[in-house]
Design a protein around this ligand. Structure first.
Ligand SMILES: [Zn+2]
Length: 436
């Protein structure tokens, strides 16, 4: 008896397994318009066939399950919509959100779990806004990597996360902790794993951050606007430190992106071989040439500039060291973006969300278009180009057969009115519908 029972249960398990393999969930999307492939040509009246987590086919006409010879499929009617690849934001901080009224001592009163729990709604807002992938450029390794894994397991709702973890910064640099007694910042290890001085120590820090789980290395090559220190926005790492960081990261298969505002700091980072520059606020003709020579991307984060500019006007408690830097830097970001665009520097979309509100990411599109991009260029910067900079073009960034089914929809006229991207109607990530 025992033996027979075993046989039956083995058989039923086998048949169950084969059902899963053969009948991965099939979904059909009837799209009024769709941006297809890396060229993102507009096609009308198409059917997207999704099997499991991937795009299996894109066919002309609105095809039915019978016409496709399918026994069963979910069908989504997006005939009055424009269908696009899921958006990618290359610069976010999903573990916090700036709030002028917040308790300034939060960082010494709260535990990592507080940050993680608060992040749940930030992740939901982000993916609901149509951003199916994000690159997090600076969040504690103790929070961001567990969040990334929880999203991957499907335990929580959110975009795919590619994360830098702790930032690489010199002592007293932009990503170190400021504004408290020295013994307090030291005791709390406020700057995290990435504080380093000298080429050898910076090599150690990059290895340490990668060991903690980093997908990409983020460095603060120059001073930053929102650190409470009157140290300007010029170069903070030495050339030797920059080379050590970039070489170590590249040897370990990680790209490097540099937070950089001041011109000489941007140039030094580019010469050292970073793959991209965040913000890039003070560009000149020589810097633009260097971008092209090094084949590096600019991630302009215009929304961050616009957000802090507004905060200076409305927040009387903003520390003087920060307010002065905002007034110096913010207006320059627009000019530099225009210069980069005119000279065909490669541009990837990034908002610095966390400075602005999570879920408002698409406001960056309006600024990109306002300062010179076509709507199609702006969309490409957040899809095809972002996927290239992520090193994920084989998997993400466009609607082609074999790619991840990260799919969103907006009103039909998005190419005439880019602000439609702030009203995403439908979101699918990896074949799962998250919003409709
Ligand atoms: Zn940032």
């Amino acid at each position: 008896m025992k033996k027979i029972n075993l046989k039956i249960s083995t058989l039923s398990v086998l048949s169950l397994l084969s059902t899963f393999v053969v009948n991965a969930q099939t979904t059909l999307i009837h799209a009024g318009k769709v941006l297809v492939g890396t060229e993102q040509s507009v096609k009308e009246q198409q059917t997207l066939v999704i099997e499991g987590n991937k795009i299996a086919a894109i066919k002309a006409g609105y095809l039915t399950t019978q016409q496709l010879d399918l026994s069963d499929a979910d069908v989504f009617d997006l005939k009055n919509q424009m269908v696009l690849p899921g958006l990618i934001d290359m610069h976010v901080h999903v573990t916090f959100e700036r709030d002028a009224k917040r308790n300034p001592h939060q960082w010494v009163t709260e535990y990592e779990a507080d940050y993680a729990l608060r992040s749940l709604k930030f992740l939901k807002h982000t993916v609901n806004a149509g951003f199916t992938s994000v690159r997090d450029l600076g969040s504690s390794y103790q929070v961001i990597f567990p969040l990334k894994r929880a999203v991957e397991r499907g335990d929580i709702v959110g975009p795919r996360i590619f994360a830098a973890g702790d930032m690489i910064t010199p002592t007293g640099g932009h990503a170190d902790m400021h504004g408290y007694r020295r013994d307090i910042t030291k005791a709390t290890e406020g700057g995290g794993l990435g504080v380093c001085d000298g080429a050898d120590d910076c090599t150690r820090a990059v290895r340490d951050v990668i060991k903690s789980g980093a997908d990409v290395i983020k460095i603060t090559a120059t001073g930053g606007v929102l650190s409470n220190t009157a140290a300007g926005v010029n170069q903070q790492f030495t050339d030797e430190e920059l080379s050590a960081i970039v070489n170590t990261a590249h040897h370990l298969g990680r790209k490097v992106t540099a937070h950089a505002h001041g011109t000489e700091g941007i140039k030094a980072a580019l010469r050292a071989g970073v793959d991209s520059i965040e913000h890039g606020s003070f560009l000149d003709k020589d810097t633009v040439k260097l971008f092209k020579k090094q084949d590096a991307y600019l991630v302009p984060t215009l929304l961050a500039g616009a957000t802090v500019k507004e905060e200076v006007l409305n927040n009387p408690n903003m520390p003087k060291a920060i307010a002065e830097k905002v007034e110096f830097v913010a207006p320059k970001m627009e000019e530099s973006f225009k210069l980069a665009l005119k000279n065909k520097v490669k541009i990837a979309f990034g908002t610095d969300s966390g400075v602005s509100k999570h879920g408002d990411n698409a406001k960056e599109f309006e600024l990109l278009v306002k300062y010179g991009m076509t709507p199609k260029q702006a969309i490409k910067s957040a899809t095809v180009e972002a996927a290239k900079l992520l090193g994920q073009s084989h998997n993400l960034g466009d609607l082609s057969v074999g790619k991840q089914a990260d799919i969103i929809s907006v009103n039909m006229n998005v190419l005439d009115n880019i602000s439609e991207l702030s009203q995403v109607q439908f979101v699918m990530k990896g074949g799962k519908v998250l919003k409709q």
